[in-house]
Design a protein around this ligand. Structure first.
Ligand SMILES: [Zn+2]
Length: 286
């Protein structure tokens, strides 16, 4: 959001604005997404665990490497805030910033969820998205964003002066603390910016501010991810419900979400192998 300019535009302002953009991180050097790699596994995979996430709360779950995870909307319209960690090392976690820089503001089938530096490797690959029909709407909105961070009590306090304890940030902290035995203060630094599953959002066309609108999710919709390494996940059922109006309060109608873990048949992943952490040596020019 920018104020009216205090600086007079130069005579060649339009020429300076007309420089062609270039993609900052072209992904053409990466192997293209090949759904056939996962086709046999997906066709024969077996549901081995179902976790229910109650409204205004969060749950953790484990997804073994080479298994699939589905975030499902079983009933009422509801968005979920997803965190992912390396199950063996919580310091390695989902990095929305670089994922966004490579794959865009909203994710769908074929996109990879990258981990933070110095690891920087795919934690998961999206293998199916029943909302992929949505595309982009007239407001510039789309589904499953990596731009909204997560609702949290600090921003709520900043903007309203009030306190609310069931924001996604707090829900994920409680769930991670329960999972690990850490206390809340110990768990908090591990909670990170999320994939906003089923969230419909974007940046306004005029001021480029983050907006939310009613999720198009229907009962039975799901986002499916393939675990590239052993994952610990956390999912919060956002207090914003379908995020059509407000969040960070008990005002919105909220519904449960479910997490389903699927095991593929043995040998069904062919040549797939887990990604190694970044091979950069860490010299940093010193
Ligand atoms: Zn939330």
């Amino acid at each position: 959001m920018k104020n009216p300019p205090a600086t007079e535009a130069p005579a060649d302002a339009e020429a300076r604005r007309s420089f062609e953009p270039v993609i900052c991180y072209p992904t053409g050097s990466l192997p293209p997404y090949d759904p056939s790699v996962f086709a046999v596994a997906r066709a024969g995979m077996e549901l081995i665990e179902t976790v229910t996430v109650q409204p205004r709360d969060a749950e953790t779950f484990h997804v073994p490497q080479g298994h699939f995870l589905r975030v499902v909307c079983p009933g009422g319209s509801q968005v979920g805030d997803l965190n992912l960690w390396n199950a063996d090392d919580l310091d390695e976690r989902f990095y929305t910033g670089k994922t966004r820089a490579l794959y865009g503001t909203h994710l769908s089938t074929g996109d990879k969820l990258l981990s933070n530096m110095p690891y920087l490797r795919p934690l998961a690959t999206i293998t199916h998205d029943t909302l992929d029909w949505y595309g982009w709407d007239e407001f510039g909105g789309s589904v499953h964003d990596v731009i909204g961070t997560r609702c949290d009590p600090y921003t709520n306090r900043l903007l309203t002066g009030g306190d609310y304890d069931q924001c996604c940030h707090s829900n994920l902290i409680r769930a991670l603390a329960d999972e690990t035995g850490m206390n809340l203060a110990e768990a908090e630094p591990y909670v990170h910016d999320v994939l906003n599953v089923f969230m419909c959002s974007g940046f306004t066309l005029d001021t480029k501010q983050y907006f939310i609108k009613a999720s198009p999710v229907r009962a039975g919709d799901y986002l499916e991810l393939f675990a590239e390494i052993d994952l610990l996940g956390g999912l919060s059922a956002c207090p914003g419900g379908d995020c059509s109006e407000t969040h960070s309060s008990d005002v919105a109608v909220c519904s449960p979400l479910t997490v389903e873990i699927y095991q593929p048949p043995a040998g069904s992943l062919g040549d797939w192998g887990p990604p190694a952490r970044s091979a950069y040596g860490g010299g940093h020019g010193a």
